[in-house]
Each structure stands twice: as C-alpha cells, then as structure tokens.
Design a protein around this ligand. Structure first.
Ligand SMILES: [Zn+2]
Length: 407
C-alpha cells in the first residue's frame, strides 16, 4: 500500500494543468516535468520500447512471456489535470482508517469534506483516503490511473509466473481539454484494443458515452429608432428568445440522467442587431441525436421564413458514442467484467454522460472501454481517492492481462 501512496504522491505534487487556450501539444510546458519523470520510471521498472514523442505522448511495452500468440492489449491514462481548478502546490492529506465523519481539509478556510453531502464517502469506512488540503484539486484524475498502470506493470515484471501476452501502455497529455486522443499514434501503439483507466468509483466499467455536437445560431436583426420601428425593426434578442423557448423544455442537463439526452444552451450574447446562441447537443442514441440536430434546422428554417433569412446555423459534431465500435468486439468488455468479478468487485456498467478519450480512440480504430481509477469529485478541491480502490485497479489490470492470455 505504501508503494502506491508514494508513487501517487510523487505524481500529484507535480503540476500538470492543461490549458485550452494554448495551441501547442502539450498545451502547457509543465506537463513535460511529469512526462519526463514517467519515461525514466518506465525504463527503471524494466519495460521495453519506452518512447516519448515531440508531443509528449508516452508509450512502452511489457513483452509477452508466453510462446503462443496472444492479442496485444493496451492501458491508457492521461497525465494532465483539469484547467477548472488549481493544480499548483498540491499537498495531499492521508486519512487512515476513515471513520465516516467529516474530514477537515482546511481549518483556516473552513473547507470540509463531509459524508453528509458526499455520500459516496461512506462506502470507504475503514479505508485509507487521500484528499486535498482544500487549496487545489488532487489530480487523481488521472494520476490514479497512471499509478495503477505503472504499479501493475512493475508487478508483472516481478512475477513472471503470471502469464500474459504483449501489453502496451500509453500516457497522454491534454485529455482534460479534449485533445488527449488527437495526436495518439494508433499504429505505433499497435494494440488490438485498450482500456482507459480513467473512470471514477471502484467497479465502474463504461463503453457507452454521448454522441455530442455543438451548435451556434447567429441572428442578424435590424435596429431602428424604437419610436418609429413599426414593421421595420427586427430584434435579434427576441428571435433568440423564441427559438430557445421552442426547445424541449425538460430536456436539459438539470432534469436528465441515465440515457436521456438534452439540449444545453450555455452562452447567449446579443443586442438588437446581432445575437448569437451557443448550445451543445447530447444523446446516447444516434437516431435521437440526429433528430435533435434536425430540430434545430427546422426551427431556424421556420424563423428564417418569418424574418427574411436573417438566421444562420452552424452545427459541429464533437464525438460519437463508442458503443457502436465496442459492441462488435464485446468480448473486450467481458474480459474486464470477468477480471473484476474474479477479484471480488461488482462491475458497475453504466453509460458515461460525457465523452472519454476512449470514445475518440475507438473511432480512430482502437476500441477502448473505460475502467475505474478510483477517485471521486474530480476537478475540484473535494477530490479524493481511496488507496484500496487503486490497489483493486492494479489487480484488475493484472487479471485482464492474465485472462487475455488464457483466451
Ligand atoms: Zn480523466
């Protein structure tokens, strides 16, 4: 356990926050600090073909230790942390034998991690938790995943009696700004399938995510002196209001969960002459996703007829549900599921209400379900991770390698 804690802390105390306003890869120079350290570490535990490219994508190989042919599988994590909250000067706190009570993260600022608000804490009574000191995020997303993969590889190197095929590992920058998969060289990676270790609570196994698009509606009005505007003024703000009011009222993030999709209007800017509405569209079901895009087109057409073609619509697809790519190779989910069951974890299979790097990778040709890394409350000061969950994730990785060689 202490090895996992030490390794995890050595990663989270290095600031690797990414930045969506940057055009470089990695988006921030400081991500190199951890990337270079990881390369050294992968070499020192005995992995082969350890490489880092000009964009800081790290790859390494654990060679097969059996004589027969076994598919090459991969494990992937990201080493950047979210731009949503500070990752500078992370000072992790270790709470041993957690008793279920409130955890004072920061006495000075009165920041409390409370089980009466975060009920998930109660399932970890008796375990060792790692939390923040209230000033930063923790970075368990996804340095827990990296810790688990490195620890599992080290374990397999040291235990040659456990039979496995070739295993590739990949660590990426910039996942938190949606670019983790962008420069991932699938061909160089050379795995038949992989798992991102980037889920939350113990047991999570995910192979469905949203289909996602963004849309921007731009309305050009006509400003005229309001006293003399009859039949002349076209108020872009009011047209924007009409359009928003015609979207399904209850299909919004705050009223949906599970597999229910939504429209989410997140930005509106405007005056009489120019108003723009920006929104995102999310749905697990591809047909309903397409219907949502169609609805926007229909609405824009309707108001264009009424207001003399003053509205334009731009829709951009962002990512697609990986389910389409995973279902034809469903055995890769079954292996992960069995690995969890074999070590006494109940798999929690549920659709992701977002995207993962795995969804992009799946569409790039590397089917890639997502497995728990163990942390909770990502991207903020209440982030924490139970060490026992990280240990279990290590066991899941080892077991997946073993099961793949058996099949
Ligand atoms: Zn993550």
């Amino acid at each position: 356990m202490q090895d996992i804690i030490d390794r995890f802390i050595s990663y989270v105390t290095i600031d690797t926050q990414s930045d969506s306003s940057s055009e470089t890869t990695p988006s921030t120079k400081k991500q190199w600090n951890l990337a270079n350290k990881l390369v050294e570490e992968l070499r020192s535990i005995g992995l082969e073909d350890v490489s880092i490219d000009q964009n800081a994508y790290i790859m390494a190989t654990l060679p097969s230790n059996v004589k027969y042919e076994v598919p090459t599988i991969g494990f992937i994590s990201h080493f950047d942390t979210s731009p949503d909250f500070s990752g500078t000067n992370v000072k992790p706190k270790i709470i041993e034998n957690y008793d279920g009570n409130d955890i004072v993260l920061n006495e000075e600022k009165n920041i409390i991690l409370s089980s009466s608000y975060f009920h998930d804490l109660l399932q970890y009574i008796g375990q060792t938790l790692i939390t923040t000191d209230g000033n930063t995020l923790l970075g368990a997303d996804d340095k827990a995943g990296i810790t688990e993969i490195v620890t599992a590889m080290e374990y397999l190197v040291k235990h040659p009696e456990i039979k496995h095929g070739p295993v590739r590992i990949g660590f990426t920058p910039d996942e938190e700004i949606g670019r983790g998969a962008h420069k991932f060289d699938i061909e160089k990676f050379g795995a038949q399938w992989a798992y991102t270790m980037d889920g939350s609570q113990i047991g999570e196994l995910e192979y469905e995510n949203f289909n996602a698009a963004s849309a921007k509606i731009t309305i050009n009005g006509k400003s005229v002196h309001p006293g003399y505007a009859k039949n002349k003024m076209v108020n872009a703000i009011l047209i924007a209001n009409h359009i928003i009011a015609e979207l399904p009222r209850h299909e919004i993030p705050e009223e949906t969960d599970g597999r229910d999709g939504f429209f989410h209007v997140h930005t509106i800017n405007g005056d009489i002459e120019n108003t723009s509405i920006e929104l995102i569209i999310r749905d697990h079901d591809l047909q309903r996703f397409n219907e949502r895009k169609e609805l926007l087109k229909v609405l824009v057409k309707k108001y264009n007829l009424k207001y003399d073609d003053c509205i334009s619509l731009e829709i951009k697809d962002q990512y697609f549900n990986m389910k389409e790519k995973i279902e034809p190779v469903y055995h890769i989910v079954e292996i992960a599921k069995k690995a969890m069951e074999d070590i006494g974890i109940t798999p929690i299979i549920k659709p992701i209400r977002g995207g993962t790097d795995g969804s992009q990778l799946s569409y790039m040709g590397l089917p890639c379900p997502n497995i728990f890394a163990g942390g909770h409350n990502f991207h903020g000061k209440y982030e924490y991770v139970p060490v026992e969950s990280m240990q279990k994730a290590v066991e899941v990785i080892v077991r997946i390698c073993e099961l793949t060689a058996e099949q």
